[in-house]
Structures are given as C-alpha cells and as structure tokens.
Write a protein that binds this ligand. Sequence first.
Ligand code: DOR
Ligand code: ZN
Length: 364
Amino acid sequence: MLLTLPKWFDLHTHFRQGPAMPAYVKAHRDMGCAGALAMPNTQPPVSRISGAAQSDGWSIESYSAELRAAGAGDFEQLIVPLYLTRQTTAAMIREGAASGLLRACKYYPPHGTTNAEHGMPMDDLIGGDVLRAMEEHGIVFCIHGEQHALSGPDYIDAQQNAETRFYTERMPRLLAAHPKLRIVCEHITTRTAAEFVAAAPEHVGATITPQHLLYTLGHLIQGLKYHLYCLPIVKFQDDRAALRQAVTKAGQKKYFAGTDSAPHTTKATACGCAAGCFTGGCAPQLYAMAFEEAGADLGSTEGQALLENFLCLNGPAFYGFPASEKKFQMEKAAQQMTLLETPAGPVTPLPVGMGMELTWRMVE
Ligand code: DOR
Ligand code: ZN
C-alpha cells in the first residue's frame, strides 16, 4: 500500500539552537515536512520582534535567520512565535504585526515545562492590552494549556489534572474576555480539552501530537518508558479515544498536526526526566499508525482524506497560508528508526525509546 500526500506542516515543533539545529531541521525535511512553527523556548527565549540576539533574548528576526542558516530556508513556511514574558508590550505586538514578522505568540505556564520559567500566568494576561492588540491584529495565540503551580495530587489524578483544570477554569474566561482572539490549543491530551475546542468558535483550533493519539499513561508507567515522557503528559484511554475521534471526524477543520517533537540529548537526569518526545524522521508514520488504530482505512480514499486533512490541509488553512503543492510518499512496510547523531550528542526517537518498529516507511 502506497500513500501519496501533499507535503505536510508541523505547526508545533522544537528546533532548539546551536550545532544540533541542522540535524533537527534535516530530520523534519526528510519526513516530507514542508514547513514548521518553531517554538520560542530557546535559552534565552525568543522574546523580541527584531534586532540582533541579546544575552536576555533572541528576536523573531534573529532566531529565524539562525533557523534558515540551519536548513529551514528551504521550508515553504517558517513561523516563530513570540514568547510572552513580563517584558512583552502591546506596542511590540503592533510593531510585530506591522512588520509582518509576528504571526503568533506563545503562552507558557510559568515553570510548567522545559524552559517555561519566563512565562507569565494566564490570569495576568486575560483582559490585558497585549491580548487585545493580538486580537485586533489577528495574531494567533498558541497556548500550552495547563494550570501551573498545582501540587502533586492536583497536578494529576483520576478525576482531574492540570489540563482539565485549565480548560474548565481558565479558557472560558479567556474566550469571554477576547472573543475574536485566534487561538491554537496546543498538544491537547484530554477529552475535556477536545470537547472545549469542538464547542468553541471556528477561530479556535488545536494541535495533537502522535504520542497522545497512540499512547496512554499506562504505556509510560509500564517499564517507565521515559522517552514517552512529555508535557502535557499522556493521559487515559477515554482521553485518547476522544482525541482519535476528533481527528478522524470527516471534514473536521479544527484539529491539525503539531508534533511537539522536542529533542533532548539527555532525558534521564540525576533527579528526574526532561520532558519531550523526539519524533523527527517518523511523525507522519506515527500519525498514520494512530489513524489506523482509530479505525481509519488508509487503503481507502476516505481514510486517506482524513489523514490528509489533519496532516496537510487544516493547519495551513487555520494559519492562512497555502497547502503544499509538493508531495511525499509513505508505504506500508516496516521501518526501523535509529538514534539521531548530532554534534550535541545522540537523540533517541520515540519509536526506539518505546522498543517499537514503525509499520509505515518513508519513501525517499
Ligand atoms: O514535553 C515538552 N517538551 N513539552 C513542552 O511544553 C516543551 C518541550 C520541550 O521544549 O522540550
Ligand atoms: Zn512544545
């Protein structure tokens, strides 16, 4: 079985910085990726619009130039969101929108994930002039939707977790205060978030990662497969079922690919584990496997259309750029992944970390 699809867009990924960057960009290009939204949680963060990189922050302009030099110049689209910090002003949003450099801003829950220490609480943003300026200028708000600073028992238990808390307590307030704000609910993991997005206006969409469509918390805990540890953490069967249903609904326009591929050269640390699953080189294969597990028949025209919609069409439509006219191919055959060697050290792709073989193979 051969699948021919338009080249796809990864609307949430991490290319980092420094000598390993070209390897990460290449891994994306090698898997038929035509463009990406590259996350701004670098060190220091991407916290300005223009000008040279400074000790306390990159600018969108300087970080984009770095990415292009690392191979991303061949992408059809490259979006770098602005990391919202206490230094972000409405004037920066207006200036960024006018210059064309600013297309999206990113919310990180303070200390809630990798390099999130510069984030400011959602409560301090809601109703403020930064979000109003974004609303006015059509700048997309990319949200890592987890309530920050919860203690262990509240962070996750059977009834609720940091994401469900955020989508029931914070998001309704955000939508009420900023009804025109274009929002991407990033890497959603729960039924609560999926249903929130489905019920929200059409300018509210969501990205979903391959790992959240394929796995549950049980897969992570059984054998402590820490390469599957990412944030938000994988959840329960009912959540996965809701995500699978959302992405495979015929004609759906709201859910699209955003892998959150997040390379870490060291996952297990002395006192914990770095959050992030690396899916460079294998994301479309993993998405295809997830769609099949969700019941899509990728041998049929209808089944292929479902995957194409999610992977190749909905993201561009949401962000307002054309889908790719180029194609890539996958065939139904085993593909063994290997470690990605980079100048910063080897990185373990998720299938290797899970001891798993892909059932779809990228055709060169
Ligand atoms: O698992 C994650 N890894 N979640 C994030 O939000 C950040 C990312 C990273 O940068 O490693
Ligand atoms: Zn991310």
